[in-house]
Write a protein that binds this ligand. Structure first.
Ligand code: GLA
Length: 706
């Protein structure tokens, strides 16, 4: 049973490997008891009475809670803050009941005096070791209630010295993974951009002594693409308190009588065996429960994207030539990036005007879609629907459709403004325009970009007292638009991009079929970006393009290294194929073919991070489906003459004999036990050397001896 409510008033939530427990104490308050390896007996958890001894240590800070609320003798950061109409600012709740429906639990809390109710929702995903938390707050009276903070969930871990892993990044330097030991006080991960952003990811990974294959790891990810806040507070009382949800900085939400507000979901996970298991559990969870169907179960196509080949300089002739070339190398989906619409010749103009530019495409998009159809390829387009340039027909017609203060200039970011999604007319306009675009042309794929954050957080549509709701409303408006378009055009595939990986989160994953994790396509930088991304997000969603070496003024690297690096995700090509040599075209065609053969293993298999450049001197990653494996290894520069490396694959059958296939070299045969324990020797002996190795099961050791 996934959820038990014991006679001792203890709740026990259990997955395959994990248990989570809390109790209702003698006063009706929720006490957090446990989160960790599985314990089946609810009776083991004692619901001891808590006694407030009036000493120096306030009981609510000393004890771990399941739903802390600002006020009373709580001085720690709390998960909820509310102001009642008379100015009272604490929610003094008591347990008021619960319901259990299969794998879902709802616990109801009510204030002692005021008609305010909070429901804590739990959902147990047993097979993937995930517990979902959400909250709903409902005003069951008639007077206005103002919420100033409402986290999705609270949990805690005993002891001190926890290591936090998260990702600090910026445009072109996404998913820079770091580790930090939390010593004392509060560690805060937050976005105030109105979107996820690159600076921190709405997730946390915590452990005391863990690595890829060992140690207990506790993790969480928010299903929210707007302002978020994760507070990790090391209390002096030997526990780490964890709060996660929408950011309360500049947040306020008023509930009139009968109104309710529901938070985004927080997914909590536990791995008894290190980070490898965590990543694969999240991959499985994503595929089964988060990714939109039916694409969740289908491999992603090899795509071509025109951005780095042409930037804004797209036109019919050049795109037709690129289509011919893309067809020659086996591309399945051709995506025309920025520059095809409005008066768009650079980033100063055109956003908001989603009509095909008649100078660049005098015959519309039909010549492109016709040609693609003749090759059996699909067509995709780039859009940035939440935005408008000052220099656009849309802005000239509706200057009040952007967030703004009436008496101050609006800051421009990349020469653009953010459309006010709290307005229904704006939401309807975007849905109408994109719907028309999709209906008028044969478009199978949309790359949805978002290249600036919200500033001047005010709306002509709202009363000034409601301006602090804009952050929440914008994200909800964004979800509404994408969901409406998905419903109108269920056959279209959607990619989420925000200046690269600025919208990689479990909220966006509910609405998009893939992520663009970074604008940085340097294949070496990309290895660490992909590694950072892979901890909590699925490889299937990780688009990776092979681009021209030396693009953006970066270093020159062999095409094979670039191909191998991008084959570690959902392969795309972003080179200017019109300038490729015959040899390069042949190599591209060969590897696109190989990729199509191995992509079920890459996109649906288990991922093992075998070696990381800064630590091990090489980067190595393995994808495995229980039978076959594909490994990639990369070296930046040979250091001190070290050119041979040994990597130890995981997840093989010790008794099976594997055929080791190293791209054109003579095949060798080793047992799974040998490969996993002794290791596989690799020779990487020059700058930017890389290799791909396939392990194919041949026979079992027993059979071989017969
Ligand atoms: C952003 C995206 C890029 C590209 C450009 C187009 O930077 O992240 O991939 O689409 O916009 O302007």
């Amino acid at each position: 049973m996934a959820i038990i409510h014991g006679d001792n008033h203890v709740f026990l939530l259990t997955t395959r490997s994990c248990s989570y427990s809390f109790s209702v104490d003698q006063e009706g308050l929720l006490r957090h008891l446990y989160w960790g390896a599985r314990i089946d007996s609810v009776d083991d958890f004692k619901n001891e009475p808590y006694v407030w001894e009036q000493g120096f240590h306030p009981i609510q800070d000393v004890k771990r809670e399941e739903c802390s609320s600002f006020g009373t003798m709580r001085f720690k950061e709390t998960s909820f803050k509310v102001a009642f109409a008379d100015g009272v600012r604490d929610f003094r709740y008591r347990y008021a009941g619960h319901t259990i429906d299969k794998n879902e639990l709802t616990v109801v809390l009510e204030d002692l005096v005021y008609p305010l109710q909070m429901c804590l929702h739990y959902k147990v995903y047993e097979d993937v070791d995930i517990i979902e938390k959400r909250r709903t707050v409902k005003n069951i009276g008639s007077e206005m209630v103002t919420m100033e903070r409402l986290h999705s969930g609270e949990c805690s871990l005993p002891g001190a010295g926890w290591t936090l892993k998260n990702f600090n990044g910026m445009w072109n330097a996404d998913f820079d993974a770091y580790e930090q030991t939390i010593a004392g006080g509060k560690t805060v991960l937050e976005s105030l951009r109105g979107a996820t952003g690159h600076v921190a990811n709405p997730s946390f990974v915590l452990y005391q002594n863990a690595g890829e294959t060992y140690g207990e790891v506790y993790y969480g990810a928010l299903a929210w693409s707007g302002n978020f806040k994760i507070v990790l507070e090391q209390t002096p009382y030997e526990y780490l308190n964890i709060l996660a949800g929408m950011s309360d900085t500049d947040f306020e939400w008023r509930l009139a009588g009968g109104e309710a507000l529901e938070t985004p979901a927080l997914y909590l996970g536990y791995s008894p065996d290190g980070l490898d298991r965590m990543s694969n559990a999240m991959g499985e969870f994503s595929r089964q429960y988060v990714m939109p169907k039916p694409l969740a179960d289908q491999p992603l196509s090899v795509l071509y994207n025109s951005w780095e080949a042409t930037y804004f300089d797209v036109n019919e002739q050049a795109q037709l030539e690129l289509i011919d070339k893309a067809a020659q190398i086996g591309v399945e989906l051709f995506v025309m990036d920025d520059g095809w619409f409005g008066e768009r010749s650079d980033d100063h103009a055109g956003l908001g005007d989603w009509q095909v530019n008649a100078v660049k495409f005098p015959n519309g998009l039909a010549p492109l879609t016709r040609k693609l159809k003749s090759y059996g390829m699909r067509f995709g387009l780039w859009i940035e629907p939440e935005m408008v340039n000052r220099d656009s027909a849309l802005y000239r017609a509706h200057p009040d459709w952007v967030y703004h203060y009436p008496n101050r200039p609006v800051m421009e970011g990349r020469y653009q403004y953010m459309l006010d999604l709290t307005r229904q007319d704006v939401r309807d306009y975007i849905i109408g325009e994109i719907d028309r675009l999709l209906a008028e042309h044969e478009i199978a794929y949309i790359k949805w970009d978002m290249n600036r954050g919200i500033s001047e957080v005010a709306s002509a549509n709202l009363d000034p007292s409601e301006f602090k709701t804009i952050w929440y409303q914008h994200t909800k408006g964004f979800y509404h638009i994408i969901q409406s378009l998905r419903t109108l055009h269920p056959e279209v595939e959607w990619e989420a991009c925000a200046s690269g990986g600025g919208r990689v989160d479990y909220g966006a994953m509910h609405y998009f079929d893939e992520f663009w994790p970074s604008d940085n396509t340097d294949p070496l930088d990309r290895l660490s970006i992909q590694e950072g991304y892979s901890y909590l997000y699925p490889i299937k969603y990780m688009r990776a393009w092979v681009t021209d070496s030396g693009n953006n003024g970066k270093r020159t690297m062999p095409l094979l290294f670039r191909l191998h690096s991008s084959m570690c995700g959902a392969l795309g090509i972003g080179m200017n194929l019109n300038e490729c040599t015959v040899e390069d075209m042949e190599l591209l065609a060969t590897y696109v073919k190989i990729y199509k053969d191995i992509r079920p293993i890459i996109q649906f298999g288990r991922l093992h991070r075998l070696a990381s450049l800064p630590v091990d001197g090489l980067q190595a990653v393995q994808y495995e489906n229980g039978e076959e494996s594909v490994l990639f290894a990369f070296l930046d520069h040979p250091s001190r003459w070290r050119t041979t490396f040994s990597i130890r694959p995981r997840g093989l059958n010790p008794k099976t004999i594997y055929q080791v296939d190293r791209e054109g070299q003579q095949q060798q045969h080793y047992s799974g036990a040998f490969l996993m324990n002794h290791g596989l020797d690799l020779s990487l002996n020059h700058d930017y050397a890389s290799c791909m190795v396939r392990l194919l099961p041949e026979r079992s050791r027993g059979e071989g001896n017969k």
